[in-house]
Design a protein around this ligand. Structure first.
Ligand SMILES: Cc1ncc(COP(=O)(O)O)c(C=O)c1O
Length: 413
């Protein structure tokens, strides 16, 4: 394929069926935002929605909001909206807690369904919180469960009869590599193991079909491609066939069958509600719903096609324009094997990213040397992907990163 020139890129933007969504978000002028895989930008109506819940619900109804505004039903009602994005049925998804806390609950629930099996198997380079939570669960379980990690490409062969649950991230947070959810779930089931998928880096940008893949459990973040706002609540999925037998170890009152009977003994609610723990974060869920509603208005197949084309265009432009021999592609080149991000390594990747951010191209950095560029298809333009590559080429050609101030590490990278 011939390299697209500026006119071709303008034509791609003009023909983009998702182009209208750019204006649904508030993005500062002069910024090319390639960090939606970490924190999505605010939808234009997020502030109004939060203000509405604050004044018309909280302010007007006070504590009656729990029933008059059905705050108590929010985790399930908004969970059903997420279900439409991840191939789940109504009643299989709830909004709750953080992804880390949900991992703990669902790992323990999955392990409990496989008595006699002792291993939680995961990829060695899984997102750290997934591994930390599994380690913590193993610790509190005494000797019941251990975490075993192997390289991502060795997972399939490592699933054995000891394995209770396989815990995998659908998209690798460092490289963007995409697991075959259906094939791995099948392999795990063939060995009698259950699978818990972390779909934080796919939901909203990469098609996820949990029931199509016969997945057992899943967790994901609200603040990435769902644009739910900083610290937005997370979601959890439990396949309906497991809901009756599975138990959450965090048996809080919101997961009780009758929380307002205030009885002393725990009795789990029916369905997905038993995986709730404490009071729903009403304002947080309102922000998340504002983001979700924008994504739900988009055609999901177009999101994937555009995300792949944006990544392909960026890679092609980087390879055409960047002469720096230290720059390497860390993501799969084939779009079908990639999530919605492109990762490049460079020995001075941290400093290079600081210069890019200073010039308005906002990506992020993951140790030891990875620059991540997230291509959120909902609001990015092809011209921005091309411009980001051009800016990177300029920074590298001029060695603009080679100043001490760009090497000072911030607390959050
Ligand atoms: C794959 C993955 N899982 C989990 C998390 C963390 O989730 P939380 O901080 O909401 O617990 C992240 C955060 O970036 C992530 O990338």
């Amino acid at each position: 394929m011939a390299m697209p020139n500026d006119a071709d890129i303008a034509a791609l933007d003009a023909a983009d069926p998702l182009a209208g969504f750019h204006d649904a978000f508030s993005l500062p002028a002069g910024v090319i935002y390639l960090c939606g895989n970490s924190l999505g930008p605010p939808p234009r109506d997020a502030a109004a929605r939060l203000a509405q819940v604050t004044t018309e619900q909280w302010g007007a109804h006070l504590v009656r909001g729990w029933t008059e505004d059905d705050w108590i039903g929010l985790p399930g009602r908004v969970g059903d909206k997420i279900a439409r994005l991840i191939g789940a049925d109504p009643g299989e998804v709830a909004i709750a807690d953080s992804t880390s806390v949900n991992l703990f609950k669902l790992l323990a629930a999955a392990g409990g369904l496989r008595p006699g099996r002792t291993t939680i198997l995961s990829q060695a380079d899984n997102f750290p919180t997934d591994l930390y939570v599994a380690q913590g669960l193993a610790d509190v379980s005494g000797d019941r469960w251990q975490l075993r990690t192997v390289a991502a490409d060795a997972i399939a062969d490592a699933i054995d009869e000891e394995c209770a649950v396989v815990m995998l991230s659908h998209v690798d947070y460092r490289t963007g590599a995409l697991f075959d959810m259906s094939a791995l779930t099948q392999m795990a089931h063939a060995k009698g193991a259950l699978v818990l998928w972390d779909v934080a880096h796919s939901t909203g940008a990469v098609p996820v079909d949990l029931n199509g893949a016969a997945a057992d459990f899943a967790v994901g973040c609200g603040y990435k491609y769902l644009n739910g706002g900083p610290g937005a609540p997370a979601f959890l999925f439990v396949a309906r066939r497991h809901q009756e037998a599975a138990r959450s170890p965090l048996s809080g009152w919101m997961g009780h069958a009758a929380p307002f009977e205030f009885v002393p003994d725990y009795r789990p609610a029916e369905g997905i509600t038993r995986f709730l723990c404490g009071t729903p974060v009403v304002l947080g869920i309102a922000g998340l719903e504002a983001g979700l509603d924008v994504t739900l208005a988009a055609d999901l197949a177009s999101l994937r096609t555009k995300s792949q084309s944006l990544g392909d265009l960026f890679i092609a432009r980087v390879e055409e324009l960047c002469a720096d021999g230290d720059l390497t592609l860390a993501s799969p080149r084939a779009a079908a094997a990639r999530g919605s991000q492109v990762c490049l390594t460079h020995p001075n990747g941290y400093a290079v990213m600081q210069v890019l951010i200073e010039r308005g191209v906002i990506g992020d950095f993951r140790a030891p040397d990875i620059m991540r560029f997230g291509f959120a298809p909902l609001y990015l333009r092809y011209a921005e992907a091309a411009e980001a590559a051009r800016t990177l080429a300029d920074v590298l050609a001029a060695r603009a990163w080679d100043q001490p101030k760009y090497h000072q590490r911030a607390a959050v990278t």
